[in-house]
Design a protein around this ligand. Structure first.
Ligand code: GLN
Length: 537
């Protein structure tokens, strides 16, 4: 395609409407029509990236191959499409202002007064166009974080308004995701919040051409007509997006049934064959009619918040798809294990998973969970902190290294089996200073991981500061810990396993970031398979 097209996805009324899922699902549909699609997220907050933000507020930090620490919506984009994402695909207002201020200090603005319009808006537009150019895409789907009406989102909305004007008809498309609430006591669906949110956008100069209406009830014809009339869109452009029954992977199919992709193609003057969705249909069918069921305990600290371990839960679900099983993830608070013991919370689980994490709280509970899984031969998968915890547990309880710990939690530990590398010891700044992004790992012959990957060399993503302490390699290996994977130079331990255990695999990297519903990650596939085996036994 000659000129890249731009689709902007904004959100109205409330947050958490699943704008990211909608954008990602549209990406699926367009990709399956043969387009090269890139997705980007624009977050209006002033943090440079979410890397330093509390998961309780922000949910998981999603890591890309190039080490960018991004919003969890980028995870949806990668799971739903094959778009190659990098640092440029995740932009915050913090980055924009930082760039503008750096330009100003360099004297790039030649004495002008530096202002939101045009300097900030130009920088925003430059970044969006840059993604299209560098990634050679046909379509960029750009999701704007936050809700229409937020003060901090205004410069972004102004920038995309300008783009709409500059590119003319067929160049851009504005999609607004909105809430159409059902008021139970009145037994009625309400359109006013949507009307007002669209009015707000039109005040700014943006007229959305498609409205995606999130709703728990079907939106009937007369409601659609009303929304169309008041919001100045065609009736067919009122897209119903109901709450999903089984899984988020239904959304692309739902939008296809609503003919949303057809409409998008028409708006953007693109003649394309219909989207081939047989693979997605197969995924959804497997999730709706699983042959088996299994329960897995996820032992963490941010258990109350669904978004904090988003990619982990998704990857476990993909492991289920690979095994034609549905997996119920039972969220176990590590502090509850500290109070009540592991058995009370993990009995009945066919697998135990300890995900990544930071900070002291719940650490001993996680160690007990690993001990339980090791001793009772329950399949165990450890991710990042989950690998460090497994190493600590093994050191203490199998190798007899009393007080073994990570220096993150006990700087004076007599056996610092997990510690900082020399280069990390002098790091003072918190942002973007961890070991981040994709790195190669060599898997040892004869290990579970090697069998599952079917490859000797694999690439996986990292996000951590602490590492397996090489001074303890020999001792722990002699005790029976299998050092199943290392960096290519052999310097860092990346994976540990146990022999004489049905499945015990723990990685320093985060495999969950590379799993897709149509390409389940080998470690999650193997973990769920082992859990199913345990259940049958
Ligand atoms: N807190 C640990 C570290 O920094 C583990 C990090 C993680 O699990 N992502 O090394």
């Amino acid at each position: 395609m000659s000129h890249p097209k731009y689709i902007f996805v904004t959100g109205g009324v409330v947050s958490s409407l699943g704008k990211g899922l909608t954008a990602a699902s549209l990406g699926t549909l367009l990709e399956n029509r043969g387009l090269r699609v890139s997705l980007m997220k624009f977050d209006p907050y002033l943090n440079v990236d979410p890397g330093t933000m509390n998961p309780f507020q922000h949910g998981e930090v999603y890591v890309l191959d190039d080490g960018a620490e991004t919003d969890l919506d980028l995870g949806h984009y990668e799971r739903f499409t094959d778009s190659k994402l990098g640092r440029a695909n995740s932009v915050t207002s913090g980055q924009i202002y930082q760039a503008v201020l750096e330009n100003e200090r360099k004297g790039d603005y030649l004495g002008q007064t530096v202002q939101v319009i045009p300097h900030v808006t130009n920088e925003i537009k430059r970044r969006i166009k840059e993604v299209a150019k560098r990634q050679q895409t046909d379509v960029v789907i750009c999701e704007i974080g936050g809700t229409t009406g937020d003060i901090e989102g205004l410069p972004v909305l102004e920038a995309i308004r300008q783009m709409g004007h500059e590119m003319g008809p067929g160049g851009t498309l504005f999609i607004h995701v909105t809430l159409v609430p059902y008021i139970r006591v009145a037994g009625e669906i309400k359109t006013k919040p949507t009307q007002q949110s669209v009015a707000k956008l039109r005040e700014i100069g943006i007229t959305p051409q498609i409205l995606v209406c999130r709703s728990e009830k079907p939106i009937e014809k007369h409601v659609r007509d009303k929304i169309a009339l008041f919001c100045n869109v065609a009736e067919e452009a009122v897209i119903e997006e109901r709450d999903v029954k089984t899984s988020i992977y239904e959304v692309p199919l739902m939008l296809q049934r609503e003919k949303m992709d057809e409409l998008v193609c028409r708006w953007l003057h693109m003649k394309l064959p219909p989207a081939k969705m047989s693979e997605w249909k197969r995924i959804v069918r497997r999730l709706e009619q699983p042959k088996q069921k299994v329960r897995i305990g996820v032992v963490g600290k941010y258990i109350g918040l669904q978004d904090a371990y988003k990619s982990v839960y998704e990857a476990v679900c993909h492991g289920g798809i690979a095994n034609n099983a549905s997996v119920e993830t039972v969220k176990v608070d590590a502090e509850d294990i500290e109070k009540d013991g592991a058995a009370k919370h993990l009995r009945g689980m066919s697998g135990v998973l300890v995900p990544g994490g930071f900070g002291n709280r719940g650490i001993e509970g996680k160690i007990e969970a690993v001990k339980y899984a090791r001793e009772n031969k329950v399949p165990y998968l450890g991710l990042c902190l989950g690998m460090q915890i497994a190493t600590i547990e093994f050191s203490r309880n199998v190798c007899g290294l009393k007080g073994a710990h990570s220096t993150e939690f006990d700087p004076k530990s007599p056996h610092p089996v997990i510690c900082l590398l020399e280069e990390q010891k002098h790091v003072k700044k918190m942002g973007a200073t961890m070991r981040l992004g994709a790195q190669w790992c060599r898997l040892a012959a004869g290990t579970t991981s090697r069998k599952l990957y079917g490859n000797e060399i694999v690439s996986e993503r990292h996000r951590h500061r602490y590492e397996f302490n090489n001074d303890y390699r020999e001792q722990l290996a002699a005790g029976g810990l299998v050092l199943a994977g290392t960096t290519l130079d052999g310097e860092l331990v990346e994976l540990v396993e146990l022999k004489n255990h049905p499945f015990f695999v723990a990685s320093q990297f985060h495999p969950e970031f590379k799993s897709k519903p149509h390409r389940p990650h080998p470690l999650f596939r193997g973990f769920v398979a082992a859990a199913l085996k345990r259940k049958q036994a």
